[in-house]
Design a protein around this ligand. Structure first.
Ligand SMILES: [Zn+2]
Ligand SMILES: [Zn+2]
Length: 164
């Protein structure tokens, strides 16, 4: 599977998808060049966001990749035209969906949310964590207000690096 990173252009929000191994600077149709972070990929594993350099990322099953396979499987079952398998089909599809889907690594930054496919997640990348997501939502709100960094009440997500 080819490696790819997809993210919105920081200037015009158009979706950009490039191979982070083969691309140093992504070109957007709006003319803005976007330099990719090459230290984001270490020995084929994602350790940071190739688009924005953020080091907090999460991984989840990539259903986009699996859906294409499922269409073929459903077509095969329809071709059988046998009723007795129908009960097992739903369970089987669930199982196959899980088995066939690869992992996608996603950037927590609200403005970026880059999706990285075809590369293995680095050792620090865990499952989606709502508390980290909330932290980044708060940062994004403050960015809209022209502020930087966390507010006074909220510290950084302390456990985010510890338990992955
Ligand atoms: Zn653009
Ligand atoms: Zn990012």
């Amino acid at each position: 599977m080819l490696a790819s990173v997809s993210f919105p252009c920081p200037q015009c929000q158009v979706a950009i998808e490039v191979d982070p191994n083969a691309t140093a600077v992504a070109a957007c149709p709006c003319g803005r060049p976007i330099a990719l972070h090459h230290d984001a990929i270490v020995e084929g594993a994602v350790v940071a966001c190739p688009a924005c350099g953020e080091t907090l990322l999460y991984k989840q099953k990539d259903f986009r990749q699996a859906v294409g396979c499922i269409v073929v499987i459903i077509a095969a079952f329809l071709a059988l035209k046998t009723n007795y398998v129908s009960l097992g089909v739903a369970a089987l599809i669930d199982w196959l969906l899980y088995r066939l889907s690869g992992e996608v690594v996603i950037c927590y930054r609200i403005a970026c949310k880059a999706h990285v496919r075809g590369l293995s997640p680095g050792p620090k990348i865990g499952a989606f964590d709502l508390s980290i997501h909330d932290y980044y939502r708060m940062l994004a709100r403050r960015e809209e207000q022209g502020l930087t960094g966390p507010d006074d009440q909220t510290g950084p997500p302390l456990d985010s690096r510890a338990h992955h």
